[in-house]
Design a protein around this ligand. Structure first.
Ligand code: 26W
Length: 824
């Protein structure tokens, strides 16, 4: 028994074997001879948890004793994926566990496949939260993640005749070994009802909220294991239940059935993750979800604070900082005001001061339809007291800030008001978040610039120092070490083993970029990863793909701005060229897609259908001699990403400039040696700066050119008539070529690009995109040239570790101190 880091006890293979067998017997009630793979997995998790819980206790005790300042990350989404191999890697136990299981006759990969993904998020924002809590624990920062314990995560996707079908995800159906219920920390929260104005004996006015419903929040803790046995932090997720207290009366008066209905309503709150990653128009349940988890979390924070400070609020802002992951948890601002003013009877100014020292806000999108707004009517119904508080925050803001800088300027007031006026007045959550926070950040340099120049220019005039940038990052533990063990091993051999926690070390690998032997080793690994992915593709889709072709991968949510249909038009162009010119010279390419469409997003679903139909046609067309294959992987999720990313040659990052806030898949793909075909958007710009223009294929309009084109009047028809290839391809979509007997089935894409005006400039970027792809094809023909570029991608993207993002947050926003965990 030795020590890894300081928080966790290290054990060896023999001890691990004993623990697994012990858990097979006493936790699973079975034995080595009859245990199912599921039971083996559970027993191994239980064994792993012995180390995890050790570290958790040590971390919590240390933080309590040291009375540390802590970060509280508020997010509606955590896209964790699987935890088994991640926890083993971070504990430094992966190879021991592999060995132990193999000596027990089990294959660790088979056990890994027993685990459901924890898919409590939609896409980038949720996965970023997961990478951040990994880095926070690894770097020994005191931090807790708060969110919702959804019963159903993001839907499971399948295809029926090429169309997306959604089925519920039930990740906890057979239990989840990683979570601990904490009934001792249950909270009760209120919704609905009305506000009464009362006067106390001194004649002082008070507002009293008489809630219509009380709901119980039950916390589930998921230990977050830092790499190398450092801290074990907690992700605390709230599950909603009916409050026993509230139902007592109903129950006694014989309302058994009514009370069962109330139970169902209360439990609905944490039932399902909203599957929309850009818009969610005014759903009452969604607002209640937001308030539910925010209120539970704030009460939890305050309970912990009061345990050491009683009713003295003077240290609160020193101990507590809360990061709002987009505006989804922004109702925390009026909720903290309500607690301070109505409950703690603090003066408004003092309470507001405190709020403004505690909250910080990250913006993740500029898309107008994704900027959250809540109808004032709805707010009043669900949270009547909070609406009053928001009005008061707004009144003071307009009088004390806006009118001071721009006296009598009603236009400025209209623009800056937290309440948008109109027939149906709205609460603007972005405005509320900026006004209530001490810092606001975007997620890539260009995005943070646009947040200032296009989204909140007047707020910048009021508070220039409030705005900053923190470029996103990803955890290299999951996204290189665990998912690409062969490349990780090569790196260990060539540059040492420090890179997982010091990713800038990867730059040492650049010295081998011209070394033929290392190039061969690197490309051999890529080849093996591609062969492994080909097996997965065969199993999931029954499509045969050639591991010697270029693997060209686009994996991300399906959205017009991400332009999967631009990729599709390129595929059609190549297909058509081959049909017209049978000897058309191109390197064989496999185009792989992974994407879920929001269930209500019609055009996104049409794009999935079109890709599937076109794939079917091309994959069966003998004339093209396998030069093109198209694969749409069903049910794209973290676990599939882990198999696709190590096998990618080309990374598609082709959003309309100015629309993708950052992107994080781009970082994972480059880290694993894929070459980016991308626009100058989001973090692509910073990736290009790091890897150099020779090692990335940049194309398309820049942000400024996009703006100019829109300003001068963009007409997609011009491109249709000017470019015969574009015309032929779009016309093709209207025939029944890809949908025999059913002409027009794929016409929605053509319509959106022509009559629809092509809002994301697909046709404007088509030509330069095709040129960039031709360049990539040429690069690939020279094996050494390609190997060098791919290796330099891996070597030069060290900036994009989430550890660096977290250090940026610490110095620009959170001001935290590291806290070394002491073993008991
Ligand atoms: C109201 C529903 C809703 C849900 C989620 C609206 C908007 C969102 C997110 C902002 C969507 C999202 O995941 N955005 C992505 O965030 C990533 C992490 O910062 C960025 O890398 C992506 O560019 C951005 O699209």
């Amino acid at each position: 028994t030795s020590t890894a880091g300081s928080g966790i006890t290290q054990i060896n293979t023999e001890q691990l074997k004993e623990q697994i067998i012990r858990h097979l017997h006493s936790t699973l009630g079975t034995d080595v001879n009859k245990a199912s793979p599921q039971a083996w997995w559970s027993a191994t998790c239980a064994a792993v948890n012995e180390q995890v819980f050790d570290g958790l206790r040590n971390t919590q005790r240390t933080h309590y004793e040291q009375n540390t300042r802590a970060l509280h990350y508020f997010s509606l989404e955590y896209l964790m994926g699987r935890l088994f191999s991640n926890n083993l890697h971070n504990l430094g136990l992966y190879s021991q566990a592999k060995q132990a299981l193999s000596e027990l006759g089990m294959n660790i990969a088979d056990l890994e496949d027993q685990e459901e993904d924890m898919a409590l998020g939609n896409g980038g924002l949720g996965r970023l939260a997961a990478c951040f809590i990994d880095s926070l624990a690894t770097l020994n920062y005191p931090a807790i993640g708060y969110g919702i314990h959804y019963e159903h995560g993001l839907f499971r996707q399948s295809f029926q005749d090429g169309r997306q079908i959604e089925r519920p995800d039930s990740w906890r159906e057979y239990g989840n070994p990683w979570e601990i219920c904490r009934p001792e920390s249950v909270q009760e929260i209120s919704v609905y009802g009305y506000v009464e104005t009362v006067y106390d004996l001194q004649g002082k006015m008070k507002k009293v909220w008489h809630p219509g419903r009380i709901i119980k929040g039950v916390p589930w803790d998921i230990p977050v294991v830092g790499y190398n046995g450092s801290s074990v932090n907690v992700l605390r997720l709230w599950e909603s239940r009916a409050s026993d207290f509230f139902n007592w009366d109903v129950f006694n008066s014989g309302g058994y059935i009514d009370s069962a209905r109330e139970n169902i309503e209360a439990e609905t709150i944490s039932k399902v993750l909203y599957p929309n990653d850009e818009t969610d128009a005014g759903k009452e349940l969604r607002l209640i979800q937001q308030y539910f988890f925010v209120s539970c979390s704030l009460k939890d924070i305050i309970r912990r604070y009061k345990r050491s400070h009683g009713d003295d609020w003077s240290e609160f802002a020193k101990q507590v900082v809360i990061q709002l992951n987009d505006t989804h948890p922004a109702v925390a601002i009026p909720e903290l005001m309500r607690i301070l003013v109505d409950r703690a009877e603090m003066q408004w100014d003092q309470a507001w001061n405190l709020c403004q020292q505690v909250f910080a806000y990250t913006n993740h999108t500029l898309l107008p339809e994704a900027l959250e707004k809540w109808a004032v009517r709805l707010f009043e119904k669900v949270l009547p007291r909070h609406l009053e508080i928001i009005y008061e925050i707004n009144r003071r803001f307009l009088v004390e800030q806006v009118d001071v800088l721009w006296p009598g300027d009603n236009d400025k007031k209209r623009k800056l008001s937290i309440i948008e006026d109109g027939h149906d007045p709205m609460v603007r959550m972005g405005h509320l978040s900026v006004v209530g926070s001490f810092r606001v950040n975007g997620v890539a340099e260009i995005h943070s610039q646009l947040v200032k120049s296009d989204l909140f220019p007047e707020m910048v005039a009021l508070w220039p120092d409030k705005f900053t940038n923190v470029t996103n990052g990803v955890t290299p533990r999951r996204w290189l070490k665990a998912c690409n063990p062969k490349l990780a091993k090569l790196l260990d051999e060539k540059i040492g083993t420090a890179w997982p926690t010091d990713l800038k070390q990867l730059s040492k690998f650049a010295a081998f970029a011209d070394d033929a032997a290392v190039q061969d080793a690197f490309m051999a690994i890529k080849q093996q990863n591609k062969a492994e992915l080909a097996t997965v593709v065969k199993k999931l889709t029954n499509i045969d793909i050639d591991p010697h072709a270029i693997f060209d991968i686009q994996i991300k949510r399906l959205h017009e701005y991400k332009r999967q249909h631009l990729n599709l038009l390129h595929i059609l162009a190549l297909y058509r060229r081959i049909l017209q010119e049978p000897d058309y010279d191109m390197t064989p390419r496999v185009f792989l897609f992974g994407a879920k469409a929001a269930p209500g997003y019609k055009l996104a679903k049409e794009i999935i259908y079109a890709i599937n139909k076109i794939a079917d046609k091309i994959n069966h067309d003998k004339r093209i001699k396998n030069r093109i294959k198209v694969v749409f992987m069903p049910n794209y999720r973290v676990t599939l990403a882990e198999k696709m990313i190590p096998a990618a040659d080309v990374s598609e990052q082709i959003s309309t400039a100015g629309k993708e806030a950052s992107g994080t898949g781009n970082m994972k793909l480059a880290l694993n040696g894929a070459i980016t075909v991308g626009t100058l958007d989001g973090a692509n710009i910073e990736i290009a700066e790091e890897v150099g223009e020779d090692n990335i294929a940049i194309f398309g309009l820049t942000v400024d050119e996009v703006k100019a084109l829109h300003a001068n009047g963009y007409n997609s028809m011009d491109y249709y008539y000017a470019n015969p290839e574009i015309k032929a391809i779009l016309d093709w979509l209207e025939t029944d070529y890809f949908t025999p007997g059913k002409p027009g089935e794929l016409a929605a894409i053509k319509r959106s690009l022509l009559e629809g005006g092509d809002p994301y400039l697909v046709l404007a970027d088509f030509e330069t995109y095709v040129k960039a792809q031709e360049k990539v094809d040429q690069w690939y023909r020279d094996k050494a040239c390609w190997a060098k570029k791919a290796m330099l991608n891996t070597a030069l993207v060290g900036k994009f570790t989430s550890d660096r993002s977290i250090e940026d947050y610490v110095s620009r926003v959170w001001q935290l101190e590291k806290c070394a965990v002491k073993r008991s």
